[in-house]
Design a binder for this molecule. Structure first.
Ligand SMILES: [Zn+2]
Ligand SMILES: [Zn+2]
Length: 313
């Protein structure tokens, strides 16, 4: 069994023979319209958010790791412009998410007790510190999981510092309102993933959110979208410059040709002595002969040759 066949057998075993279908693989090329370009570029939200609360189910387009491998090889050899499709895809996905965020914010504003701008700013401060704590805890957990205990410890020390800041911010927030209001859970919508965040969420919940697959997945998609947009601009710029260069070269060539042609003509004219005239006459006779054989009309051929002859005077 070849290495490839062995790998295929292993994949069959892991994912079943019906995965994307070997038939599909044989029929479809990576450049096929039915193939998900975002998947080829490793940024399809259907992949990234699978298994999260916002699992999108299966993508409507074909996903196949073998096609992605084909694409990666081909894109090294020639310029492919799949980024444009992926940008369209991700942009509409993110726009949908941002719409949801705005909607959730509006709903919150309608249901939550109205607070003054000053109090709102104080709540915002607590939220920001919550976010910082959540991110740091998630980072510490990841470092710990990687066996990087020293680094994890350092991050946890940072968490302690932020916690102290948060306590102060909370105190300030609490003092700006009656105790009964403070007890109410204040919610906020996460700008990244549109999930609801509680102002009084504990560390565990914060770490779960900011280190969770959903929130991180959205960060990944947003970052990828920025990268893709940049790549599209770069590629377009490069393409335009190449086009411009080609045009300039073509124009230069054309100018050179024109110049050398008119130089030839001038030279010919100035050298038009009787001897040359004789030669030119014999040349026009040649042409006359050619014309005649081409047009088949003696009359027209004669007129043409006459014109040629007079031009050489
Ligand atoms: Zn997809
Ligand atoms: Zn989030």
């Amino acid at each position: 069994m070849s290495a490839q066949a062995q790998m295929r057998a292993l994949l069959d075993q892991l994912m079943g023979t019906a995965r994307d279908g070997d038939e599909t693989r044989q029929r479809v090329k990576f450049s096929d319209e039915r193939v998900c370009k975002s998947h080829l570029l490793n940024c399809c939200p259907h992949d990234i958010l699978s298994g999260t609360r916002m699992d999108l189910g299966e993508c409507t387009k074909i996903h196949d790791l073998a096609l992605r491998a084909d694409y990666e090889i081909a894109s090294k050899e020639r310029e492919l412009f799949f980024e444009l499709d992926a940008v369209d895809h991700l942009e509409s996905f993110i726009a949908e998410c941002d719409r949801r965020t705005e909607l959730a914010k509006k709903r919150l504003a309608e249901t939550q007790e109205e607070i003054s701008a000053e109090v709102a700013a104080k709540a915002e401060k607590v939220h920001e510190l919550n976010e910082e704590i959540g991110k740091l805890l998630a980072k510490a957990e990841q470092l710990g999981a990687e066996g990087n205990v020293d680094e994890a410890q350092k991050v946890l020390q940072e968490v302690e510092k932020v916690r102290t800041k948060k306590k102060d911010a909370e105190e300030e927030y609490r003092n700006s309102m009656p105790a009964s209001s403070f007890q109410q859970q204040k919610l906020r919508v996460c700008e990244v993933c549109s999930a609801y965040l509680g102002l009084h969420d504990n560390d565990r919940r914060l770490a779960d959110h900011f280190g969770g697959k959903l929130h991180l997945g959205f960060i990944q998609i947003r970052e990828k979208l920025d990268q893709l947009k940049k790549a599209v601009v770069d590629k377009q710029e490069k393409r335009n410059q190449e086009r411009l260069k080609r045009r300039e070269e073509r124009e230069k060539e054309e100018k050179m040709k024109k110049r050398s042609r008119s130089r030839d003509r001038r030279r010919r004219r100035s050298r038009s002595t009787s001897r040359d005239r004789r030669r030119s006459r014999s040349r026009s006779r040649d042409r006359r002969r050619r014309h005649r054989s081409r047009s088949g009309s003696r009359n027209r051929g004669h007129r043409h040759s006459h014109e040629h002859g007079s031009r050489h005077k």
